[in-house]
Design a protein around this ligand. Structure first.
Ligand SMILES: C[S@@+](CC[C@H](N)C(=O)[O-])C[C@H]1O[C@@H](n2cnc3c(N)ncnc32)[C@H](O)[C@@H]1O
Length: 179
């Protein structure tokens, strides 16, 4: 398989700007957001990260303060239209999160990792920015990964425990990890 090239990945997602992304994926992604919000309980004063936020469809459902990070400027432009006053957007790379350690009460990474050349590094970055007792919610496309792969990605990263769920209603494996 051809190695992932971040510039190409960004250009491909940029081309989906202009609403095509939402049109194609809204329904499919919604089920994952429902699972995310059920499995992670945030408090009003929490600060959350939506890593690979795309057009901000999950941000739209989050009331706590939240930062959305993504590589694609065009998808972020759509996310901007959904912003609440306590939401912020950053163009950045999940493999090198531009944040201090232990700042977020929760990190979501929905259908992101298939795009990342160094998935191990990205998960280590997610763990680095999480505070003690925080939760990571991460999903992985079933078409690209098996359950063991997602477990292996979380294993040995210093989490206090994690669970991988094979929800039949979605096309992703869903994992929750506790710091
Ligand atoms: C399948 S989309 C999922 C978007 C969003 N999480 C959702 O639920 O709709 C994958 C997203 O990952 C972003 N992405 C790809 N590589 C990235 C990277 N290295 N750093 C940050 N975001 C990246 C893409 O721009 C795209 O928005």
């Amino acid at each position: 398989m051809k190695p992932l090239d971040k510039r190409e990945v960004r250009e491909n997602y940029d081309d989906l700007g202009g609403g095509l992304y939402d049109l194609r994926y809204k329904e499919e992604q919604s089920r994952k957001y429902d699972a995310a919000l059920q499995l992670t309980r945030s408090r009003g004063d929490d600060l959350l990260l939506d890593d690979g936020c795309g057009t901000g469809m999950l941000l739209d459902k989050i009331c706590s303060s939240c930062v959305g990070l993504d590589l694609s400027v065009n998808l972020l432009a759509l996310a901007k239209e959904r912003l609440k006053l306590n939401h912020f957007l950053v163009q950045g790379d999940s493999e090198h999160l531009p944040f201090r350690a232990e700042v977020f009460h929760g990190v979501y990474a929905v259908t992101l990792i298939q795009n990342l050349p160094d998935k191990e590094l990205a998960v280590s970055e997610m763990k680095r920015v999480l505070r003690t007792q925080a939760t990571l919610f991460v999903t992985a496309l079933k078409a690209a990964f098996n359950r063991e792969y997602l477990s292996g990605l979380l294993d040995g990263k210093g989490f206090n425990g994690f669970e991988v769920i094979g929800d039949e209603g979605t096309n992703d494996w869903i994992a929750c990890a506790k710091v």
